[in-house]
Write a protein that binds this ligand. Sequence first.
Ligand code: NAP
Length: 449
Amino acid sequence: MLRVAVVGSGPSGCYTAQGLVERDASVRVDVIDRLPCPYGLVRYGVAPDHEKIKSLQNNLRSVLEHERVRFLGGVRVGGPGGLPAARLRELYHAVVYCVGAATDRRLGIPGEDLTGSWSATEFVSWYSAHPDAVDAGFLRDADSAVVVGVGNVAVDVTRMLARGATELSPTDLPAAALTALSASRVTEIHMVGRRGPSQARFTTKELRELGALPGTEVVVDPEELALDPACADPAALPAAQRRNVEVLRAWAEAPPKGAARRIRLRFFLRPVELLGAAGGRVAAVRFERTAPDGRGGVTGTGRYEDVPARLVLRSVGYRGTPLDGLPFDDATGTVPHREGRVLRDGEVASGEYVAGWIKRGPTGVIGTNRPCAKETVASLLADAPALVREPVPGDVLAALRAEGVEPVLWAGWLAIERAEAELGAALGRSVVKLPDWESLRAAARTAGA
Ligand code: NAP
């Protein structure tokens, strides 16, 4: 019997576990997560109003409920107080790290850390009820917001800023975030790309949603579109970019609607500094106007524009973080690997694997993790005849408990789910997420009661 630990219960971890048990009837998998809750970014990253994508949890659930898969929540691997990676390796024939990209990329410009300037990750974690999130008073005194970046995360946070209480209350938003977002006075949201419209990273489906928000209009400056040569004749663009440009052109040509809220999509503006007001809070973002360089990049023009904002969300991509005891390539924010096998000093490390964003970087949609996991599973199963000969403890739970680790089992997670349904019912809503460690742990404990 081959025993495998998968670290991380997001899409890549679940797809890896699924691939292993489906391809080999002699594999048992423990899916370990530092949180007592499974599903990774599907629970803590997908926007609450994206119910259809969230429903992917049902597919991931069936993996975690497979008879040869076990969920071990609340187990931290690496870091202070965590189970060392080397010890985990001793407990299993193989370990697959599917830990994602835990942090955000930095802009590296002055004023980035002013009050009122946050990474999109911090904002997303707050409205997703991540237990490590802080309620930073994101919307306090803000009537104008700048979102830096034009990827799908930027679209998510822009849309959440523009949604009203009626649309938000049916979601699983935690109570404090629902109250704050419902009371928001933000009426101007500037979403800003440093390159042109044809180089934006958002997908057309997500872009179009911005145009369908009640009480909100999308404003696109035709002069900024005209700066991008590809916008004049989008026919030569790849389909995804062409569709984006068509949507943007239609908005640029539409007459103003006089809606209560505006989303201003801006292009060819590179952030150079966040400007503070008295008291240290951000007051504006200074951008340098850029121009296409003909090779897909941009150059500065020496002309600047200040966009007023008391809330700045930096949405310029995620970044992997090093995990104690695993090699790490600082340049790419990933673990070096060959077809999913971890490389230490260029050599394959026996029994250690990666899949998902920590393997290939923070790109692609949820489904991209399937082929990525498949490759890693194929490598692991090819190595299995040698790995399975290693002695491992028969009872991993007992071994973990001897290390002082008390995992939250699947029954504990189901108890959290029940508590979230009960909280929702008490608030007259559907499911409402528990937002902190204490309430999650307390709910999980009721499983044993
Ligand atoms: P992303 O797609 O990589 O977009 C990052 C954006 O930040 C780009 O517009 C990039 O511009 C910009 N940027 C990077 N560095 C910058 C800088 N120093 N100054 C100004 N702008 C900068 O990242 P993401 O939005 O975080 O998304 C991560 C992944 O998750 C993507 O694959 C995305 O599709 C996926 N996702 C999907 C969904 C969905 O399907 N609904 C939702 C959320 C996320 P350049 O292009 O010029 O570098």
